[in-house]
Design a protein around this ligand. Sequence first.
Ligand SMILES: Nc1nc2c(ncn2[C@@H]2O[C@H](COP(=O)(O)OP(=O)(O)OP(=O)(O)O)[C@@H](O)[C@H]2O)c(=O)[nH]1
Ligand SMILES: [Mg+2]
Length: 404
Amino acid sequence: MGLKTESFVELKESLAELEELAFAAGAEVVGSLVQVLPQYNPATLMGAGKVQEIKKMVVDGQVSLVVIDHPLTGSQTRNLEKEWGARVLDRSQLILDIFAQRATSHEGKLQVELAQMLDQLPRMVGAWLGSLSRMGGGIGTRGPGETALELDRRRIRERVKQIRKQLEVVQQSRAQHRSLRRRQKVPSFALIGYTNTGKSTLLNQLTQSQVFTKDQVFATLDPTTRKIHLAEFGPAVITDTVGFIRKLPTHLIDAFKATLEETAEADILLHVIDLNSPQMDQQMREVEKLIQEFGWQDKPIIYVYNKADKAPFEKQFQVKTHPRVFVSALKGDGLDKLRRLMGETLNSLNQSIELYFPRDQEHRIYELGRESQIQKTETGSQGTICHALLTPAQISRWSEFLVK
Ligand SMILES: Nc1nc2c(ncn2[C@@H]2O[C@H](COP(=O)(O)OP(=O)(O)OP(=O)(O)O)[C@@H](O)[C@H]2O)c(=O)[nH]1
Ligand SMILES: [Mg+2]
């Protein structure tokens, strides 16, 4: 069920996607409806009439799950579940449920559990306030209920702390891999894009790998990094990661920070787009919004329009972004051109940069030389000037030594 708080087109798309999500979670969709909310009802979100109307649908259709495309408070969920005799989820909870089903790695499972805990905390406040208001609220209503709630909340916070600690350990090893790659000067690409656009299929084609791919949202949760050899440049690595979707739950973003770090460190982003999707523009905008949110907007982006085998050819003329390449990851079309573009972009990234190391920092020049090519050094009276070929990522890492 969708609620009208956005434009009608957006609403329809979002609702269609919600059906896809429900399907991905293992549900069979028997019906959907849209409601224009004349006013916000704190107890049940929608008005009493709508609640009854849906109740009839639930009973007639023997429905066991109702998904609402609007955030619900804990008490709204509970009230609606009681009224309908069916499980009620909002979009975030549905996405979290899919992630919970898909997570296979230790890290993935921990991240999903963390997201679920963070998602639950504010809903518990809602549940408590809801029960207060039903009882009339205020003085005299405090009792064991509050203590129980506080206990539950404390238990969850403890668990959150525990998970964060465990995650740190897992993530340290990945960070070590990254720093090793950095030292070995291996440049990196990250595949990003809307879910189900073909990122993993592309990784498999480019690197002869066997990463799991499927025609469903969120087939990939854990990041995978593979080596690739580019004729124009040499060795590089490419990372595949979790796909994006509109209204991605913030707790999920928070919990998956480390997974996204792999992408955050990449030198170049490959934005994979489903050329065949009727929602292509909207999906691209969502991804671009997240690129801004994560602070990746200064990275070079190659736009990879995928599924060209399936899309009507005219669609290629509507595309305006640069640099771009049309491919079919499935059939292998356009991949040579993509590889060439990747090599060229890497080559264009290395800039000759002047850095100044004061005497007491000169030992860092050794480190610089390990991760980049030093073209020239000049010794002055107070320190040393180096000219080195650096990528943008390296430039920001060495920013304290840059000569302006
Ligand atoms: N026709 C066609 N189908 C493709 C192409 N590339 C991928 N697909 C299909 O699209 C579906 C999704 O592919 P994936 O590679 O799993 O997509 P993804 O972007 O990794 O998806 P998530 O990990 O779920 O975000 C699969 O059924 C692929 O076979 C292509 O070039 N043409
Ligand atoms: Mg994938």
